[in-house]
Design a protein around this ligand. Structure first.
Ligand SMILES: Nc1ncnc2c1ncn2[C@@H]1O[C@H](COP(=O)(O)OP(=O)(O)OP(=O)(O)O)[C@@H](O)[C@H]1O
Ligand SMILES: [Mg+2]
Length: 270
């Protein structure tokens, strides 16, 4: 089930998304903010343990689409989502879905690192404590495991009681990643997670996402097309609320079907 692709400097083995299991099946998703029809009849299959990138010009509906997956749009007055987002046989848009449990399973990371003004340790354990976990050894193990997964353990193991705000921007973003990972999510949604970071911190996050996809399904919004090309298995191009083109990242960048995709990826607008 693997396709061998030849990159410029090195040969890598990439999974073939078409042969992968589906994690989220989106059917005819429409999102409205009052009279603004922000996402228009979008259908797509997000593959399990793959990285799916969402690209497109500002205002095309990427964040709106992403937020509908873990029902964050519920928090926006006047926002209405219609259609289906099937996950483990359930339509996540159903009123009966418990959004607190949903957001544990489908975590999110935002553009600006948003650690709580608390210690590094307390940031990572926040969700676990909210879920009623109090045992010291359980919390300590979760902190170590999550910080290791987020590539932050070596830098923070001797300062876990220090304020999270004493960390650099890139470290804060990895701390937010650790905080999300502590909840053992099955899916992680990332909205431009590296756009506020320097190239070194960006590369570090990209590397982490590539290794995390072994255990987590990842959906990432990015304005950085090189980033999508580097890390995503599948890429979706949105324009004015519509999903114009969706497919294997390599095909989309090297052989786009639609003229609009072609002009966007060649930098003619956006
Ligand atoms: N909280 C909100 N309330 C009302 N309208 C909103 C809200 N968020 C987004 N919109 C509107 O929905 C449309 C899609 O916006 P969205 O933020 O999803 O785009 P985007 O592709 O993420 O853009 P960007 O790349 O600038 O982040 C836009 O017309 C925007 O004005
Ligand atoms: Mg956005």
């Amino acid at each position: 089930m693997y396709v061998l692709t030849l990159e410029k400097e090195k040969r890598i083995v990439q999974p073939n998304p078409e042969a992968m299991e589906t994690e989220l099946k989106v059917n005819n998703l429409n999102v409205f903010y009052g009279s603004n029809h922000a996402v228009k009849n979008v259908s797509m299959e997000i593959k399990k343990h793959a990285i799916t990138a969402l690209i497109g010009p500002s205002g095309c509906g990427k964040s709106t689409f992403l937020r509908s997956i873990n029902r964050m749009n519920d928090l926006i007055p006047g926002a209405v989502c219609k259609g289906e987002i099937l996950y483990e046989g359930i339509n996540l848009l159903d009123a009966s879905v418990d959004v607190v449990s949903l957001r544990k399973e489908i975590g999110m990371l935002f553009q600006k690192p948003n650690p709580f003004p608390k210690s590094i340790f307390d940031n990572v354990t926040h969700g676990l404590k909210c879920a009623g976990i109090r045992k010291k050894d359980v919390l300590e193990n979760a902190v170590e495991e999550s910080l290791k997964l987020a590539g932050l353990w070596d830098e923070t193991k001797d300062r876990l009681k220090h304020s999270a705000l004493s960390l650099s921007g890139g470290q804060q973003q990895r701390l937010c990643l650790a905080r999300a990972l502590a909840m053992k999510p099955k899916v992680l949604l990332l909205d431009e997670p590296t756009s506020a970071l320097d190239p070194v911190s960006t590369a570090k996050i990209e590397e982490l996402l590539m290794s995390l996809k072994k255990r987590i399904t990842i959906v990432i919004v990015t304005h950085n097309m090189q980033q999508a090309a580097r890390i995503a298995d599948q890429t979706a191009f949105f324009y004015e609320g519509t999903l114009v083109e969706f497919g294997n990242t390599r095909d989309l960048f090297e052989n786009p079907t639609h003229t609009r995709t072609k002009s966007y990826i060649s930098g003619q607008f956006g």
